[in-house]
Design a protein around this ligand. Sequence first.
Ligand SMILES: *Cc1c(COP(=O)(O)O)cnc(C)c1O
Length: 377
Amino acid sequence: MVSFNQPSITSLEKGYVEEALEQKKLCGDGVFTKKAGNLLKEKLQLSNVLLTTSCSHALDMSAILCDIQYGDEVIIPSYTFVSTANAFLLRGAKIVFCDINPKTMNMDANLLENLITNKTKAICVVHYAGVPCDMDTINAIAKKHDVFVVEDAAQAVGSYYKNIPCGRLSDFACYSFHETKNYVMGEGGAIVISDEEFFKKAEMIREKGTDRSQFFRGQVDKYTWRSIGSSYLPSEVLAAILCGQLERFDEIMNKRMTIWNAYHEAFEKLEKSKKIIRPCVPEYAKHNAHMYYLVLPNKLLRDKMLEYLKSQGIWAVFHYIPLHSSPMGLNMGYKAEDLPLTEEYAGRLLRLPMYADLSKEDMEKIIEGVKSFNEYA
Ligand SMILES: *Cc1c(COP(=O)(O)O)cnc(C)c1O
């Protein structure tokens, strides 16, 4: 079976983990945490970044930084991972779902203004498949209504919107280094914050609501409880893995891009004959080859193709049961038909295996599998 995903681990990561273990300082904020942070800053031209225990936790921190109060509204896409919603729900927010533009599967910025009320506190965008949202439009609307913008950039490390890296397009941005993402540390993430005051707050939230980080820099003479917070600082051992990955940033990106481009070229004819739709990357965007997906003419064919590929030894998957029509979403009072495009396209999308170490033979087998599916409409 060709696996769906597989992290790319070399002797570099292994060596760093050994070093991290040998230094006998395993908790966070040591040399590897700092090094990983600096590598990220350098690579993505960020001013401030904090490694976190996950992207979910970075989103939790963003919700705290937005100072969400009970009853505040937060607009997010329904076509996303559960953490985008949970982070704000945990602060007592009401989640308002925005439908997608099926071209990119991203939040449709043209629908946004209609969803804004005087209770709206934040908009959280998701750059699906590492293809950035229409950020100029979204940021202009946010500015006009004075609401925060948060980027769930879990999938968009190394993607660009008009030459600005994802993560620098909002007030607070969240990356993921989960095993399934482009750069991994097992479980982990980061939060990017350009504003100095919010950055100081974030440092405390990450350290259980204390000024421990300032204490270690010698900026305060004892550390104490200053705000709410939790334990969002990853271990040095995990940061060590990420250091290796970030030193291999371009290598991993190039390998993924080669596969993405090969898929894209191989399926051009299928798209021309209207059997599938390929991912669309808008003019303004540079993607990071996080994901390759196909959109089938209907859900029945999508499900049949998943089954067919499995019979060929290829592990392809669907993505996201929309949040609004999940059991939790229905409990919140949403109905499937409230977001018709999300509902429809989520049922038609199929993801192909995509990882840096996918062999050429396996890739060719996958391409052949898709081409030989003989039930196309
Ligand atoms: C992976 C992912 C997350 C969660 O990331 P973790 O680091 O596992 O918490 C959140 N949002 C999106 C869009 C994701 O793809």
